[in-house]
Design a protein around this ligand. Structure first.
Ligand code: GLN
Length: 486
């Protein structure tokens, strides 16, 4: 039986096309077995082409043909391969972690299991989350479901492609400089990077510890709110997680946006940016106006330094976080005549080119004599960038920008030019430097049918305003209903 021939009871929607919310409602009545069957046949036919999943989870509790309880009702969900799942290989799409089986669950995994979700599969990604195209995975690139000659974005490219292709109902990703939002934009779905500290990172394999956040990639804004209700909150095992109370995010979806002030930062509409991207974000501002919001110009004057600061601070943190992968405790090891040679050979053979580039850059900026000139200076400029947002949010409730300066680019187009690749995160990186929350959601398509995403940024811990505006926009435009032709 093929995925498309398995129909839902109500209406004519094939089961794999249900939203996460619809799948939960379905499973509460009919059980989750048919949902699994639908996704498995969908994935069997598409994964060989898209390469979005690295592994399927066969050890979970078997799906039921009778009603399932719990807030997430046994619905299948997929996990980026840098989030630890007890008893399942977790590799960060790197050869150096091949065979690594964590003996514990990340807090988010524990929460999903408690809420009754079923872990369906683990998603491909850029190696150690280094990248914007998913080309740096040790297990091959992921393809964009809207055009398989193009990248799905990165580093959560597998998570985004799988959700967009209806191979899963929702996925978790991680975002250090844009890795949830940029792939969400490139694949025409919703992706939220929550406020730094909103979700526990216990069990997330660290990249840049002062940036990393876990977040959902979903088909709709409502699905994202449902997941945030489960994932958010303080965790004593992650000292950076915040004690702030967790609101019911789904309540924000029903609120009007009349009177909301939305800022358009002039520094985000720059010379050389893609005209179709610019137009669809400006059109989105008009739609918000029509819905009753007030659009105001704002300025984030230090934006131009963001990419440079990020590629100093984030690589410094990455180089020290990756120090632990030396063949002793985790995964892959090259046998050698002595310890030094074992370290050397394991790291030389285990890490891919982009990981090595970052380890070298990070080690350099942290080395004696350069620390003050690079790392310390970078942290100071980071404070200025954060201050820009604090000032802007005195005037507005939300800031609207494109998520990425271009639509999805061709596979191979930027892979030999790291700088061009790094610049594709120019609009997402400032958000991580400032620690604020931001969502990417669909705001249109190019003439050739490629998705375009816009970014809504808010004050720290004000995800609710993002949900409110995002949902109103989504309901007004209905872009989420368009599907890639696969
Ligand atoms: N593309 C950015 C980088 O390569 C961001 C990655 C991420 O958010 N994990 O570092």
């Amino acid at each position: 039986m093929t995925g498309s021939s398995i129909k839902a009871e109500k209406g004519n929607t094939p089961l794999h096309q249900l939203t996460f919310k619809e799948a939960i409602d379905y499973s509460k009545k009919e059980g989750n077995k048919t949902l699994f069957d639908a996704l498995i046949s969908r994935a069997e036919s598409l994964n060989p082409r898209l390469n979005a999943f690295l592994r399927f989870n066969k050890s979970d509790s078997p799906p039921h043909p009778s009603p399932v309880t719990g807030p997430l009702a046994g619905v299948p969900i997929s996990i980026k391969d840098n989030i630890c799942i007890r008893g399942l290989e977790t590799t960060c799409a790197s050869k150096i972690l091949a065979g690594h089986v964590p003996p514990y669950d990340a807090t988010v995994i524990e929460k999903l299991k408690t809420a009754g979700a079923t872990l369906f599969s683990q998603c491909n990604m850029d190696e150690f989350a280094f990248g914007s195209s998913n080309e740096s995975s040790a297990f091959g690139p992921v393809k964009n479901p809207w055009d398989i000659e193009r990248v799905p974005g990165g580093s959560s490219g597998g998570s985004a492609a799988a959700v967009a292709a209806d191979m899963t109902y929702a996925a978790l990703g991680s975002d250090t400089g844009g890795s949830i939002r940029q792939p969400a934009a490139f694949c025409g779905i919703v992706g939220l990077k929550p406020t730094y500290g909103r979700i526990s990172r216990y069990g997330l394999i660290a990249f840049g510890s002062s940036f990393d956040q876990i977040g959902p990639l979903t088909k709709t804004v409502e699905d994202c709110a449902i997941l945030m209700n489960i994932l958010a909150g303080h965790d004593s095992r992650d000292s950076t997680s915040a004690p702030n109370p967790v609101p019911d995010y789904t309540k924000a979806l029903t609120q009007q946006i009349k009177g909301l002030k939305i800022g358009l930062p002039k520094e985000y509409f720059v010379e050389g940016m893609d005209k179709e991207v610019e137009k669809s974000v400006r059109d989105a501002a008009e739609i918000f106006k029509k819905l009753g919001a007030e659009i105001k110009p704002v300025s984030l004057p230090h934006t131009e330094y963001s990419v440079a600061v990020y590629y100093i601070v984030a690589v410094a943190e990455a180089s020290s976080n990756l120090g632990r992968f030396d063949g002793v405790e985790f995964g892959f090891r090259v046998p050698a005549k002595d310890l030094k040679e074992m370290y050397f050979e394991t790291r030389s053979q285990g890490f891919g080119a982009e990981a090595k580039r970052r380890i070298l850059l990070g080690t350099f900026v942290l080395s004696a004599g350069y620390y003050e000139a690079y790392y310390l200076k970078g942290q100071k400029v980071r404070t200025l960038i954060r201050e820009d947002f604090t000032q802007a949010f005195k005037e507005v409730d939300l800031i609207l920008s494109p998520t990425a300066p271009t639509p999805p680019f061709k596979i191979g187009e930027k892979s030999s030019d790291p700088l061009a690749m790094y610049l594709s995160d120019i609009f997402t990186i400032p958000v991580n430097l400032a620690g604020i929350p931001a969502m990417s959601l669909p705001c249109g398509f190019t003439k050739s049918g490629l998705p375009i995403g816009m970014q809504l940024m808010a004050k720290p811990f004000d995800e609710e305003t993002i949900f409110r505006a995002g949902h109103a926009f989504e309901q007004e435009t209905g872009y989420y209903k368009q599907k890639p032709k696969l």
